[in-house]
Design a protein around this ligand. Structure first.
Ligand SMILES: [Zn+2]
Length: 155
């Protein structure tokens, strides 16, 4: 696993244990080149999901992107990190068990909003307001940067 700080390929695993949700293994890694420490998660890929964007383009489902957008919406909210992890795993399991490998991006957004609404109203409103604006544009990177706290203040 390449070090995210210095790019060194030869990193060491210091500790491995099941993550909170028990569907992944959490590994703490150490980079002997720069002393950096980071954590990786190993999980079973049940199916390879494809996202169908509103413009018809297909894109491999990216759990990290989903996770990033949710974490940004949840920023500084009084919710346990473990609870957020469980929610994300729950969303992914739902997507994986839908019976289709091709999933419209709109449907993913709705599932995320539903999950957020149950866990934290503020995070839900943050996500939903940005999601609805960008649904037409369907530009996820723009979406994520808009969600980032402070983005609104820059305008
Ligand atoms: Zn390094």
């Amino acid at each position: 696993m390449r070090c995210p700080f210095c790019g060194n390929i030869d990193t060491q695993v210091k500790d491995s244990r099941p993550a909170e949700d028990h569907v992944s293994i959490r590994r703490r890694r150490f980079c002997p080149a720069c002393g950096g420490r980071f954590t990786t998660y190993e999980r079973v890929q049940l199916r390879d999901l494809v996202v169908i964007k509103t413009n018809g383009r297909r894109e491999d489902f990216d759990r990290d992107k989903l996770e990033r957008s949710i974490r940004i919406a949840m920023q500084k909210r009084p919710v346990e990190p473990e609870r957020i992890d469980q929610m994300i795993s729950g969303i992914v399991r739902r997507l994986e068990s839908m019976g289709e490998t091709d999933i419209p991006s709109k449907q993913i957004g709705e599932i995320v909003m539903e999950a957020l609404a149950r866990i934290d109203t503020v995070a839900y409103v943050r996500f939903a307001s940005v999601y609805k604006n960008f649904q037409a544009a369907d530009d996820f990177d723009k979406f994520v940067s808009e969600l980032r706290p402070g983005a609104a203040a820059d305008k």
